[in-house]
Design a binder for this molecule. Structure first.
Ligand code: NDP
Length: 284
């Protein structure tokens, strides 16, 4: 039986995936490694019960929770405030209890930024971003707030792409441009960082390839893929073969977890422990 203190310190995940998902395993691995008196559990919450779930978390004194699709926007109405980047993006993946209030943060983009900063500073960089969905919005806003010079958004759906570009131009210091994705896309000369924020390559479609001209991937470019499963996507393989510096999606996943844990508990955890757990799960 868990003690009351144990319940008091629960963090939670409002997700639609089944229990046993990699994020749960990764965060629990950190708690166990550091002997932290916290637990991370996965609850299936349907959209019509989202408000009840947040009220339940409040009632039980949870330190916070993650929320995944489709709750990232809808959860905002149930929270008490938003962090800076979550307010710009209009999406929350991490709620944090501060002084008894639940504040919505977005750790996806911050996690990406942290893994990118291990290989290059985004300051002044020219970025090409493939995709304009939730992950792309999170990554683009954090890159812009971190000083990227410009972000060219490449997306099939022109309206979705234009929404993200407008958001960048109106709410951040970076310049946003739109390239509507029609046919094979070349990566422009002068690109410093290419980021795949589409779901192309995500399990089970592991053989899928982005419709880009791989001959335009050049040594000196940093090429990042946010797809975490499998980490070794065709983009990562092509970019490595072209001599680019590559970043797979595991770093973003680990770092968003590290940042979330810091928000909830105030404690810094060792990313290597979480990385090792993910590598064990994905067999890489
Ligand atoms: P969304 O559904 O919000 O967006 C999907 C994006 O992919 C859209 O821009 C869509 O374009 C584009 N897309 C889909 N298929 C294709 C295709 N065949 N060719 C070109 N573009 C395509 O998803 P999310 O943004 O939430 O997730 C995107 C990826 O990010 C997923 O793989 C997810 O696993 C990953 N992710 C990784 C995280 C991590 O920690 N590593 C965290 C969060 C997400 P269009 O608008 O034209 O349809």
């Amino acid at each position: 039986m868990p003690s009351l203190d144990f319940l008091h310190n629960l963090t939670g995940s409002f997700a639609l995936q089944a229990a046993g998902n990699p994020t749960v395993a990764m965060i629990e691995a950190a708690y166990q490694h550091h002997r932290m008196h916290w637990r991370y559990m996965n609850c299936e919450v349907t959209p019509e019960h989202l408000g009840d779930a947040v009220r339940g978390a409040r009632a039980m004194g949870w330190g916070g929770f993650n929320c995944s699709l489709p709750h990232k926007v809808a959860v905002i109405q149930h929270l008490d405030g938003l962090g800076e980047s979550a307010a710009i993006m209009g999406a929350v993946n991490c709620a944090v209890r501060r002084d008894g209030r639940y504040i919505g943060e977005n750790t996806d983009g911050k996690g990406f930024l942290k893994s990118l900063q291990a290989v290059v500073s985004p300051q002044g960089k020219r970025v090409v971003l493939l995709g304009a969905g939730g992950a792309a919005r999170a990554v683009a806003v954090e890159l812009a707030l971190a000083g990227a010079h410009s972000i060219m958004v490449v997306n099939r759906d022109a309206r979705r792409g234009a929404d993200l570009v407008d958001l960048l131009n109106v709410q951040t210091p970076a310049r946003g441009d739109l390239q509507v994705w029609r046919g094979t896309q070349g990566i422009p000369d002068g690109t410093d960082v290419l980021v795949n924020c589409t779901s192309v390559g995500l399990f089970p479609d592991v053989d899928a390839r982005l419709d880009i001209d791989v001959k335009t991937l050049r040594p000196g470019m940093v090429v990042a893929d946010v797809v975490p499963s499998p980490p070794n996507t065709n983009l990562i393989k092509d970019a490595r073969a072209a001599g680019c510096t590559v970043l797979d999606g595991l770093g973003m996943l680990v770092n968003q977890g590290v940042i979330s844990i810091k928000y909830w508990t105030g404690q810094d955890v060792d990313p290597a422990v979480m990385h090792a757990k993910l590598r064990e799960i994905y067999g890489v």
